[in-house]
Design a protein. Sequence first.
Length: 270
Amino acid sequence: MRKRIPRVLWVFLVPDLTRAFRWRVQLDCGCITEVITREDSVPPHEMQWDDPVHNSRLPPGQMICWHDDSPPEPYRDIVGWGERKEVNFPADPVEPPEYMEPHAWSVIRHDEPHTSAFWTVTLACGHVSEAIAPELDWVPATGPHRAAPKRVQQMSAEFEHVWLANPELQTERDQEHTRRMLADGWPTPRPETLCYTCTQARLILAYERTGWLIPRQRKPEKSVSVAPTPPRSTLERRLRKAEAEAERLRVELDQFDEETIQQPVTKTTG
């Protein structure tokens, strides 16, 4: 599968860098940043920007802006199943991780290498995540596997007992998620999952045109060809010729005036 190239790297792939346009955008978290697009026709809030975590596109008008004080990741319903891939894992270590009790680790631990199938899923928020299939040959049309009702009742009692004995074992958010899954028969794969993108995705509230990455040059004005100045001798010769012509015209004009004055006046009888 060909990986999508992050939009932030487009500027390095555009053959003609004069096509790269700069924008200043303000996000709903209060941050102001600069982005680059191809051309200046589509404003930033109408574009789909990249989610670098899942190598996917965000809904239009959203951008990733990382904040350490962002709220916890919410659970979102899975509304679509996409591509599938297999991942090979080595055998799990004998010692459990720090966050897990030895008894629980002994139940879920894989003592031999194994392969799992991961599906790309679309969540109700429009973001993309991954879900693990229960078996390698599982497909979305099969639907989730569910536990027997008697087993679900037993699990519900066990969870309630653990939460009562250790209230800090799970957050309120995770406890509510677990109760929803128990009420649904403990489906596998889960119909909902944490969205790690929601907590870092920000809306574009405003944008401002900054200009072309490489300022465009003005078109050169049309040059008007000017004839070279003749030598001084040529100009003097033209001047003498023009003065002689003017003198000839003055003489002709004087003769015309004299002839007009000497003409007799003829009386007209009625």
